[in-house]
Design a protein around this ligand. Structure first.
Ligand code: UD1
Length: 417
């Protein structure tokens, strides 16, 4: 068990580079199972969730090698279509293996993803869509068994909510199905487009990814490909927020501003100024941030739920009152109690948090409760007076590669013990 120790109120500066996107690398690694050939996927971040995905691939007999950020998967001779519970539980998003496995082998067996630190993650939308494509799905002793021995068939799928996971599962199921699949009300997140770009590089025919209707023309066979995962837009926002809460100037490299337009507008409301140049974002933050009105988390291109805790750490030290409404997950305010231990003034009523900005937070001993909530505590500690100790850093390590190394390089006083 390690903890992060941060001495706050240090100005940051210089440049920092963003690693590959976790939420893109995970479905792409799962998708490589459906491909049935060798895939070389680079810019995979070196994170615990990626290691857990590699363990699943290994169990399925498809993992070939990992060299730094490059992972090679070969699903030609896949040996299993069942994922043991202990591997499923290592990773919440493991359920996207369902579409990939049934697509490749006609069968997938795995347990449902359980409740998690940000709320329950139901899979009804995934299962309904797979059934519409001809899968026979039943539950037995806590396992979900999905079978389509004669293959899946293209269908018109209207998602009741633009679920990211369900959209990914349907894409993976549809790439090798017979006929055409239409996904209406699809999730439009950039990671969905990255997944489609990868599969198209392998010979799939997917059109419209990144918009609300996706059309997939199923193919009998896909082929090998090499692919580079997009940069992580939530990590980019986290680094920009580190500059924002410390009144600093920073150059964030390997960041796509077009993926975080809504967040950039909110930062601008707080008084931050930006310059953009060829996947580089330069931020200049004011000495004290301003209130940011009402922030509502929504499916893309709305304000991302993954940035809710991050923006709250900014609002906590801004001048005036900011309201944060969480519309995607019901239990995503667990960081609030910890922020308040550091002197923040945040009150939660249902799905709304009222954040009255204070002039300064103070260093405390706090516990990360989930990945982005943990990052909010890192940000709060960077802005706070004195020393903070953040426990449960394993949550933060799920989404940030050696956060202490990167933040030290730009001037933060942070170390791991
Ligand atoms: C969600 C986020 C994604 C983020 C990820 C990790 C959205 C729309 N999705 O993706 O941006 O990167 O968490 O934090 O912001 N739901 C159902 N039934 C289902 C599937 C989902 O009711 O079968 C509900 C969930 O309970 C949740 C909402 O739909 O309230 C969003 O779920 P979904 O997009 O599927 O979640 P993730 O794929 O985990």
């Amino acid at each position: 068990m390690s903890c992060l120790i941060i001495n706050g109120k240090k100005k940051l500066g210089g440049e920092i580079s963003v690693h590959g996107a976790k939420n893109s690398a995970l479905p792409i690694l799962a998708a490589s199972v459906a491909v049935g050939e060798e895939c070389v996927i680079s810019n995979c971040p070196q994170l615990s969730d990626i290691r857990a995905t590699i363990n699943i691939l290994d169990g399925l007999g498809c993992f070939k090698s990992a060299d730094g950020t490059t992972v090679t998967v070969n699903s030609r001779d896949l040996t299993a279509n069942e994922i043991p519970d202990y591997l499923m539980r290592e990773l919440r998003s493991s359920f996207i293996f369902m579409g990939a496995l049934v697509s490749k082998t006609g069968r997938a067996v795995m347990c449902a993803p359980g409740g998690c630190e940000i709320g329950v993650r139901p899979v009804d939308i995934h299962l309904l869509a797979l059934r519409q494509m001809g899968a026979d799905i039943r539950e037995d002793s806590g396992k979900i068994i999905c079978e389509a021995p004669k293959g899946l068939t293209g269908a018109e799928i209207n998602l009741s909510f633009p679920s990211v996971g369900a959209t990914e599962n349907v894409i993976l199921a549809a790439v090798r199905a017979k006929g055409i699949t239409y996904i209406k009300n699809a999730a439009a997140e950039p990671e969905i487009k990255d997944l489609a770009d990868f599969l198209n590089a392998c010979g799939a025919d997917i059109k419209g990814a990144g918009g609300s209707t996706i059309v997939i023309n199923g193919k009998d066979k896909l082929h090998s490909a090499e692919f580079t995962v997009m940069p992580d837009r939530i990590v980019a926002v986290s680094y920009l927020a580190a500059a924002a809460v410390t009144g600093s100037q920073l150059l964030v490299k390997n960041a796509h501003a077009e993926h975080i337009g809504t967040v950039i507008s909110t930062f601008e409301q707080s008084g931050c100024r930006f310059d953009f140049d060829n996947n580089r974002i330069y931020i200049k933050a004011p000495e004290r941030l301003h209130k940011m009105g009402t922030i509502r988390t929504m499916p893309y291109p709305g304000f991302p739920t993954d940035c809710q805790a991050i923006i709250m750490a900014m609002a906590a030290v801004a001048k005036g009152t900011t309201i944060v409404n969480e519309n995607i997950f019901e239990s995503r305010f667990r960081h609030v109690g910890e922020l308040n231990r550091m002197g923040a003034d945040v009150t939660v009523t249902g799905r709304s948090a009222i954040v009255n900005g204070v002039r300064s937070l103070y260093g405390s001993c706090v516990k990360a409760t989930d990945l982005r909530g943990g990052m909010a505590l890192v940000l709060a500690s960077l802005s706070a007076e004195g020393e903070s100790i953040i426990e449960n850093t394993e949550f933060i390590d799920r989404g940030y590669e050696k956060i202490e190394r990167d933040l030290s390089l730009i001037g933060a006083d942070i170390r791991r013990e």
